[in-house]
Design a protein around this ligand. Structure first.
Ligand code: HEC
Ligand code: HEC
Length: 190
């Protein structure tokens, strides 16, 4: 069963932004603290860990950048993380992660934020991080890889995403398919 985005957008989008009268919890962590741990948990298909880590992240401080598009982007990140926390299977985990990542990317694009992204070579253990960072920085490249297990995923990356995506952004659907493939194989192989 898929929970509609809009239902949690309201809940989590609000919880994720420090807009009330209450003073924000003091945190020195940057706005992306814990991100890779969320990505890794989703790739393992570990719902409990992914839920815990995405909750920790939503409790953190969102980016304080407040130009046009910031609010929508923060809400999108919050909703994606909230979706992960409530996911009932690894496909939903993957959907939430892809959507959150695109939210990160939306704001970076709006803010003109740049970053010398040091990505490790695309390899099996880091292949979910590769795609997640790709969305965060609007860089969808998937280079060639020697890793046999990644070949079907790389092949699929260039194929059109299924049309039954319920209005989900094709970029999100494409990335979600990648993340879900990691978790699917890991749960099959124990
Ligand atoms: C509302 C806007 C916004 C959102 C949402 C956002 N960011 Fe950022 N991010 C920025 C801005 C602006 C910068 C540029 C540096 C700065 O001002 O902090 C930045 C910089 C970064 C950097 C580079 C930091 C450095 O030291 O160079 C990373 C990494 C990053 N963001 C990751 C993320 C991730 C991961 C997410 C989503 C979970 C995210 N951001 C969501 C606005 C945002
Ligand atoms: C076709 C099956 C398959 C696919 C697809 C797959 N994995 Fe794996 N993965 C495994 C198996 C089996 C292991 C257990 C250790 C081993 O044999 O390397 C593993 C182990 C891992 C580990 C632990 C590695 C270590 O050094 O301890 C990580 C991290 C990992 N996979 C990440 C990913 C990510 C990210 C993706 C998706 C981009 C992915 N895997 C896709 C089968 C797969």
């Amino acid at each position: 069963m898929r929970t509609p985005w809009i239902a949690i957008l309201v809940l989590v989008g609000v919880a994720g932004c420090q807009c009330g009268e209450q003073p924000a919890e003091v945190t020195v962590a940057p706005h992306y603290a814990g991100w890779e741990a969320v990505v890794d948990a989703v790739a393992r298909g570990d719902r409990r860990d992914a839920a815990e880590r995405s909750r920790l992240m939503t409790e953190g401080e969102p980016s304080l950048w407040s130009g046009p598009g910031a609010e929508d982007a923060n809400a999108r990140v919050g909703a994606g993380l909230g979706f992960i926390a409530m996911a009932e299977d690894s496909e939903e985990l993957a959907d939430g992660l892809a959507s959150a990542a695109l939210g990160c990317g939306d704001c970076h694009a709006a803010a003109g934020a740049t970053h010398e992204l040091e990505r490790p070579a695309l390899a099996h253990p880091t292949a979910a991080r590769w795609v997640a960072w790709g969305l965060v920085w609007h860089d969808p490249r998937i280079p060639a890889s020697e890793d046999e297990r990644l070949q079907p995923l790389i092949q699929q990356w260039s194929e059109p995403v299924p049309k039954d995506t319920d209005g989900v952004d094709p970029q999100v659907a494409q990335a979600a398919r990648w993340f879900a493939a990691c978790a699917r194989c890991h749960s099959e192989s124990g």
